[in-house]
Design a binder for this molecule. Structure first.
Ligand code: FAD
Ligand code: NAI
Length: 471
């Protein structure tokens, strides 16, 4: 083992939670090291998550647009085809550039980067099993656990990452399957299902519950479900997969109604298991130092990101809360600010969530049902993109904006958007919520014309005054 080095902070995990925390620590003048075992920085998000999936979503969207929609705009392109290996290469280039970029940011912000797997040996010591074979011990005033999450396996359906894949395998397929079954109609299932459906696969999504993406506002979710069906995705709701095996290169699945009943079988070329993710703490040595986890394996923290061991903090996917990259980043910044004696804080009520399908679905704050469940008397304003001039001009009108506000005070409670660019449009609503705005505040804010964002203003008008202008 090499000589012990004393740091203010040692971060274990170089994903969006850990690497952002490390950079922020450097900026606050703390001495910091970041330990990452996968060989590249950026974690799940950059390597096998957010970024590669968005590259494939973009390429497949452009292909589907050219093939099916260009003629609507009077553009003739002849036969449209794609080169799947070139699509994959574009994705890999984007990922490689970004992960290297973080190494540059580490140098700029004086973050020591250790390539290897970290293990807690005490509340102030981390042992790193280096990828080069060397073992290093780091001493630290504070340790930040940012080890993220991994795929939740489905019993009876063993993942081989070629035929039965997780999102990681689905991002790296060598060819587009003819038939694909997606297990789980959540974020990964609908995004990756969309990618392959657009590229020509027949995609069937099998979902245990009666609804897709259970966390979405019910009304928006139903419109979204219809939109995906119109595009050609097939759904088998209230159904569970009990067995999956590869026979002669095909995947044979056994399905059962969720509430019990006769089993049926189904075949496909590739099956994607996307039923959720779980915290990753394997080999971390939590038990060595007494860091407590809950019944779902999540590291328990207090409102200051402190674990049951006071010098050890935890953030991101490994702690309770939404498993989102931007949430992990906010956690990371706040945790490090607290270590530096500042007042780091995250407002979880204003964390947006976005599904990057087409149309996109984005939301912030409470759904209508959630607001009612919390005892609010609500008023709701809605505006369809069919009535929005920009959406009409560009011929992309499938979608709506829904504003939920408190009936008595007009205080904004939640905003839900389905439509092209919903993921960009949601942030005015996030800002409004953060500032404690009323629906009228949005309704009286001048919005540029013609933009899709005017639909947010119109829905706010409908919520606040009972009437939109253009409806
Ligand atoms: P991670 O990104 O998982 O990073 C943890 C890192 O720690 C890993 O690199 C791991 O190798 C390392 N590590 C673990 N244990 C150790 C150890 N003992 N020693 C050293 N290193 C260790 N979120 C969004 O907000 N938007 C999206 O569009 C989006 N798309 C996604 C698409 C897919 C297919 C997937 C799978 C996820 C997606 N997510 C998205 C979720 C997002 O990736 C996670 O919420 C985010 O990466 C969590 O960040 P994190 O830093 O907590 O953990
Ligand atoms: P998810 O939690 O979003 O969805 C899982 C779905 O699978 C749910 O609808 C659930 O009811 C269903 N399900 C659970 N068990 C099942 C079973 N046995 N059979 C059939 N269906 C079953 O999880 P997913 O899609 O795997 O994604 C994991 C996480 O990664 C997301 O929750 C999200 O936090 C993150 N992510 C975020 C993205 C984004 O922000 N755009 C994109 C992709 C992932």
């Amino acid at each position: 083992a090499s000589a012990a080095a004393e740091k203010d902070v040692v971060v274990i995990g170089g994903g969006p939670g850990g690497y952002v925390a490390a950079i922020k620590a450097g900026q606050l003048g703390l001495s910091v090291a970041c330990v990452e075992g996968r060989g590249t920085l950026g974690g799940t998000c950059l390597n096998v998550g957010c970024i590669p999936s968005k590259a494939l979503l973009n390429s497949s969207h452009m292909y589907a647009d050219a093939k099916h929609h260009f003629k609507n705009y009077g553009i003739n392109v002849g036969e449209v085809s794609y080169d799947f290996s070139a699509i994959q290469k574009q994705k890999d280039t984007a990922v490689a550039g970004l992960t290297k970029g973080i190494e540059g940011l580490f140098k700029k912000n004086k973050v020591d980067y250790l390539k290897g797997w970290g293990k807690l040996v005490s509340g102030n010591e981390v042992e790193v099993a280096g990828l080069d074979g060397a073992t290093t011990r780091l001493r630290a005033k504070n340790i930040l656990i940012a080890t993220g999450s991994e795929v939740t396996p489905l019993p009876g359906v063993p993942i081989d990452e070629e035929k039965i894949v997780s999102s990681t395998g689905a991002l790296a397929l060598k060819s587009v399957p003819r038939e694909m079954v997606v297990i789980g109609a959540g974020y990964i299932g609908l995004e990756m299902g969309s990618v392959y459906q657009r590229l020509g696969a027949q995609v069937t999504v099998v979902e245990f519950l009666d609804n897709i993406v259970p966390t979405m506002d019910a009304e928006v979710r139903r419109a979204f479900h219809r939109s995906l069906e119109k595009q050609g995705l097939k759904f088998k709701m209230a159904t569970k997969v009990t067995k999956g095996e590869v026979v002669d290169g095909r995947v044979k699945l056994t399905l059962e109604p969720a509430k019990g009943g006769a089993a049926e079988s189904m075949e496909c070329d590739v099956c994607l298991v996307s039923i959720g993710r779980r915290p990753f703490t394997k080999g971390l040595g939590l038990e060595n130092v007494g860091v407590k986890t809950d019944s779902r394996g999540r590291v328990e923290i207090d409102s200051h990101f402190r674990t049951s061991v006071p010098s050890v903090y935890a953030i991101g996917d490994v702690v309770p809360g939404p498993m989102l990259a931007h949430k992990a980043e906010e956690d990371g910044v706040a945790a490090v600010e607290i270590m530096a004696g500042k007042h780091g804080h995250v407002n979880y009520a204003t964390v947006p969530s976005i599904c990057y399908t087409h149309p996109e679905v984005a939301s912030v704050g409470m759904t209508e049902d959630e607001a009612k469940g919390k005892g609010h008397e609500v008023k709701v304003g809605k505006f369809p993109l069919m009535a929005n001039s920009r959406a009409r001009a560009v011929g992309d009108t499938d979608g709506m904006v829904k504003v939920v506000a408190d009936k008595k005070t007009d205080k904004l409670l939640g905003v839900h958007i389905m439509g092209p660019n919903a993921g960009e449009m949601i942030h005015e609503a996030a800002l409004a919520l953060e500032y404690g705005a009323s629906a009228e505040d949005i309704a009286r804010t001048c919005h540029g014309h013609p933009t899709l964002s005017e639909a947010v203003k119109e829905a706010a008008l409908a919520a606040s005054f009972g009437k939109a202008i253009h409806m």
